[in-house]
Design a protein around this ligand. Structure first.
Ligand code: DQA
Length: 144
């Protein structure tokens, strides 16, 4: 069983990008941490990042074929993308939305999420650890 962990625009710069907001951990650090948890629970991880909306949508379509769940940090597309919401609407297994920062403590345009209309759970403001927390929740839901 495979969990897709999808990351949206600018997250390739994690660790270097506004570390006072997003912390010092890189996307690779997160990939390693999630990989270890997944492996210990007999799951595989497909960990991906793109700056392009259409690429994220294509990966969600691929997830329809072989994913037991999706964990997604849609980054700025969270607040803009009906297309991403619609793509996630075609996926019939659990979806968790992760934000590294507490979006509710920030500018008002970050308070609304299209993706939350589909997400089974949302984690915000727990830093890079939010991904691990979402993965643990998914593992629990899968009964592992
Ligand atoms: C983010 C929050 C978004 O508002 C922002 O556009 C991001 C990252 C987060 O992880 O805190 O790029 O999703």
């Amino acid at each position: 069983q495979t969990v897709y962990i999808l990351n949206g625009p600018n997250l390739n710069l994690l660790g270097k990008r506004q570390p006072e907001i997003y912390g010092k951990e890189t996307l690779q650090d997160i990939e390693v941490a999630c990989g270890q948890i997944a492996e210990a629970n007999g799951l595989k991880v497909r960990f991906l990042q793109s700056n392009a909306e259409h690429q994220l949508i294509d990966w969600i379509h691929e997830a329809r074929e072989d994913a037991c769940g999706i964990i997604i940090n849609p980054a700025a597309y969270t607040h803009t993308s009906v297309a991403l919401l619609d793509a996630l609407g075609t996926f019939e297994r659990p979806v968790f939305e992760v934000h590294i920062s507490n979006v509710h403590k920030r500018e008002s345009f970050r308070h609304h999420s299209y993706v939350s209309l589909r997400a089974d759970g949302v984690i915000a403001g727990c830093g890079a650890q939010g991904y691990e927390l979402a993965l643990l929740r998914l593992i629990r839901l899968l009964g592992r």
